[in-house]
Design a protein around this ligand. Sequence first.
Ligand code: SF4
Length: 298
Amino acid sequence: MLSQLHILLTYTCPFECDHCFVYSSPYAEGTFTAPRLHEALDQAQDVPTIDWIYFEGGESFLFYPLLIEGVRSARERGFEVGIVTSGYFGATEEDAELWLKPLADLGISDLSVSDDAFHHGESSDNPAQKTKRVAERLGIPTDTITIDPPAAVGAPGQGRGEPVAGGSVMFRGRAVDRLAQGLAGRQWQTLTECPYEELEDPTRIHLDPYGHVQLCQGISIGNVWDTPIRKLMERYRAADHPICGPLVEGGPHELASVHGFDPEDRYVDECHLCFETRRSLLHRFPDELAPRQVYGVV
Ligand code: SF4
């Protein structure tokens, strides 16, 4: 049952992390406008099972007035609100408080802060840690997202259908191009299950500034600027979707087999084979594999 809408407020980010799922960077384009943000929240309100709105990116704090307006509008509509951030703005605790106090006053229910070497290097008291300390002082429930450097094979990621909360790098997006080399470890025929997403009955969806509703980064089930979220979800059947159908049936192995992808012998994990297969299919399924930029293709 769909309960969470994750709004990718922008693809732009001050960082260009090697493990980023959506190829964010300072140069990545695509940011919500205020009218589109309100429209998305109106659509979410029309789906009675959605009770959480997450704002993420990219880095949603880069467009601070838009973030504040999104949180205010979501709270006004009765949603619980979470935000994912790198906490890059927390140069000092006084700075962090300046940015977080208005959000605390609006009553956000979760602040997930990325604190790892990908974002902040090895420094011991980095902006993420200052941001987290201030959030706790302001009474904002806070989590830390720490992604470990790549492990060779089989390190756990998030639970199925859950937001990424830590663990090892998963090989989607830029991680495939920057981190996979030299790590490949499992035979492609053994990658027979999608380990992380509820593709048959999604509990969360990601909505980007272009209107794409994504079940996993770059797997779209439609565009909300053409068809509202409620209708898209009513209409969605995994078995009828050319990407989700095979993934449900037999994981990335089935996806590659059904669409005639010519695989290497080994891949780091399920996501690695899935992502490489999908990237080879961009020209065949432009609506279902969108947006192209999360595949590193501009
Ligand atoms: S196997 Fe594919 S659909 Fe499943 S989580 Fe990995 S990249 Fe996403």
